[in-house]
Design a protein around this ligand. Structure first.
Ligand code: G6P
Length: 371
């Protein structure tokens, strides 16, 4: 009943609003005096991390998108080769897993059948490969079967569409980046401290991102009658575009696709006309100018644009261009977490306006325990 939902209309909205707290809880006890505590991953973590030469992340759904973000971070900041794959593909294609790999399984529930099957496959073929679970369910099969564990402290997530689990997975992956960099000596103490200070600011930034709710509702009103939507992002915002599209399609049933903005000319541009809304994520970074030219390409073909922007980009709304300034204080780690929040709210409001069953979308389950 409504008491369980904390006065919110849906669990999804409650869980979106719980993100500042969930992120703070996930950081709690894992950092001390500005530095990460590698033992947070388990007593043997330091020894096991020391020999890791590559990371293989395996997950499904929204958890997979969190893994995709982490790949950008690990390779860019640590220079650590990182691959990410959906569990159902990884499981069945005979992947090459070298002994110096750390297998990272990401799962909110810890019971997703394909993710568990992928873990068991690696276990049977490569018993020496260490497995780290990043999971939100302490009693789960995934946690029991892994060598190392970092729990996301999101609290129970009821809504089928995952929100706070995703944000806390990203924070956990940032902690893994710090621990890896610290153990392997690939991160200077100064950069580690800077990243930790950035992480500690995320709960307040997430709280601020939630204040755009009424502006996002106004954007949702413009999307509610559309049949399709295209989400574009570059770099670390590409997985956020995928996640924004997934949220919209799963709860509003509007067909939505996420694309790397640079791929427009290789197909999706053919779909653009005045009936195809385009949602872009525009942080202030060295890819902004490229993104702006992608936006000009779709605008020239009549698309209505919805831009979630850093305030510093100086992008301004005009006819058929709706700019929502989201934040101005984010860095490489916090940006995907913060920019994702308004996309969650956008999907939520479109779904409510359409009158769908927001917390229990048709044909979907919270935890997919059969293949
Ligand atoms: C289902 C849920 C998604 C979730 C995915 C993976 O599809 O509806 O919200 O992201 O499973 O679940 P997991 O528990 O492994 O993160």
């Amino acid at each position: 009943d409504s008491a369980d939902r904390g006065g919110f209309k849906h669990f999804m909205l409650k869980e979106i609003h719980e993100q500042p707290r969930a992120i703070a809880d996930t950081l709690e006890g894992r950092i001390s005096e500005g530095r990460v505590l590698p033992a947070a991953f388990g007593v043997t973590a330091e020894a096991r991390f020391a020999d890791v030469a590559r990371i293989q992340i395996v997950a499904c759904g929204t958890s997979y998108h969190a893994g995709m973000v982490a790949r950008y971070w690990f390779e860019d900041i640590l220079g650590l080769p990182t691959s990410v794959e959906v569990s159902s593909e990884f499981h069945y294609r005979n992947p090459v897993v070298s002994r110096d790999t750390l297998l990272v399984m990401l799962s909110q529930s810890g019971e997703t059948a394909d993710t568990l099957a992928a873990l068991r496959m690696v276990r049977s073929r490569h018993p020496d490969v260490p497995v780290l679970a990043i999971c939100n369910a302490p009693e789960s099969s995934l946690v029991r079967e892994s060598d190392l564990v970092l729990m996301t402290h999101a609290g129970p997530e009821i809504s089928v569409a995952s929100t706070k689990a995703f944000s806390t997975q990203l924070v956990s992956l940032a902690l893994l980046l710090l621990a890896m960099g610290r153990v392997q000596g690939t991160l200077s103490e100064e950069i580690e401290r800077r990243i930790v200070a950035g992480l500690e600011k995320i709960p307040a930034l997430a709280q601020a991102a939630l204040t755009h709710d009424s502006a996002i509702l106004a954007l949702a009103e413009r999307l509610v009658d559309k049949q399709h939507a295209l989400f574009l992002g570059r770099g670390v915002m590409f997985p956020i575009a995928l996640e924004g599209a997934l949220k919209l399609k799963e709860i509003s049933y509007i067909h939505a696709e996420g694309y790397p903005a640079g791929e427009l000319k290789h197909g999706p541009l053919a779909l653009i006309d005045e009936n195809m809304p385009v949602i872009t994520i525009a942080p202030q970074n060295d890819l902004l100018e490229k993104l702006k030219s992608n936006m000009a390409e779709v605008a020239a073909r009549g698309a209505e644009l919805f831009v979630f922007a850093d305030e510093r980009t100086a992008l301004a709304s005009e006819e058929r261009l709706h700019v929502l300034p989201v934040t101005s204080h984010v860095g490489r780690i916090s940006a995907p977490i913060i920019f994702n929040i308004p996309l969650q709210l956008l999907a939520y409001h479109v779904a409510v306006l359409k009158g769908t069953d927001v917390d229990q979308p048709r044909n979907l389950a919270k935890s997919v325990t059969v293949e």
